[in-house]
Ligand binder design. Structure first.
Ligand code: HQG
Length: 181
């Protein structure tokens, strides 16, 4: 069964608009699984087996259940103010951010801002950043001097699915790369 569309809908609900399924998230971003299934079922076929398959097969491991599978949340990417309890983590010396060419002038002026989300999302490797950037048109990749940022007191977090997060990246820590080379 192709669950891609349902997976996208799930990420919209768990990161941005839980009210679309008539549910609320708790302060840590958890949704009650039975309420979520009932909410999605109002508009399409949906059940626990489908939810488990989405969580298990998601290519970015976007979702986590709690231990008894009564709760589920998105691992990162939220725009609504929830505390997903990311551990503060010492970053590697450099991280990467992929974006679209259309944003470059603004980023070069203001640095990386979290825009609609709670954090700026950074990748541990350049290839992933190119993919993230491609979602926004012609990709442009920045190298982030995360080692210096950490030394200067900026906090970094790592989600359970390996995405690096920080509140902002000022221009002085950014170096532009073309996506190609
Ligand atoms: C850009 C996906 C203008 C920023 C990905 C990005 C990621 C600025 C866009 C996760 C700016 C926001 C997040 C500034 C930043 N001026 N534009 N000063 N500062 N921007 O989608 O990082 O598949 O909210 O460069 O893989 O693209 O959904 O963030 O282009 O991990 O699970 O503003 O979402 O994961 O776009 O992606 P987004 P993102 P999922």
């Amino acid at each position: 069964m192709n669950l891609t569309k349902t997976s996208k809908y799930l990420s919209m609900i768990l990161r941005h608009r839980p009210e679309a399924a008539g549910i609320v998230l708790d302060e840590h971003g958890w949704a009650k699984v039975d309420e979520l299934i009932a909410g999605i079922r109002k508009t399409q076929k949906f059940n626990m087996e489908m939810l488990e398959e989405i969580v298990r097969t998601d290519n970015k491991q976007r979702y986590s259940f709690n231990e008894d599978r009564s709760l589920i949340r998105a691992n990162q990417g939220h725009s609504i103010p929830v505390d997903v309890e990311f551990p503060v983590t010492e970053p590697p010396g450099m991280l990467w951010h992929g974006t679209g060419e259309k944003y470059v002038a603004s980023i070069d002026q203001k640095g990386l801002l979290s825009k609609g989300r709670l954090y700026v999302h950074l990748s541990g490797d350049r290839e992933t950043a190119v993919k993230v950037g491609s979602r926004h048109g012609k990709p442009v990749v920045y190298r982030v001097n995360s080692g210096q940022m950490a030394a200067d007191g900026y906090l970094f977090y790592r989600s359970v699915n390996g995405v690096w997060l920080t509140k902002e990246v000022p221009v002085r820590y950014l170096e532009k790369y073309s996506a190609a080379g």
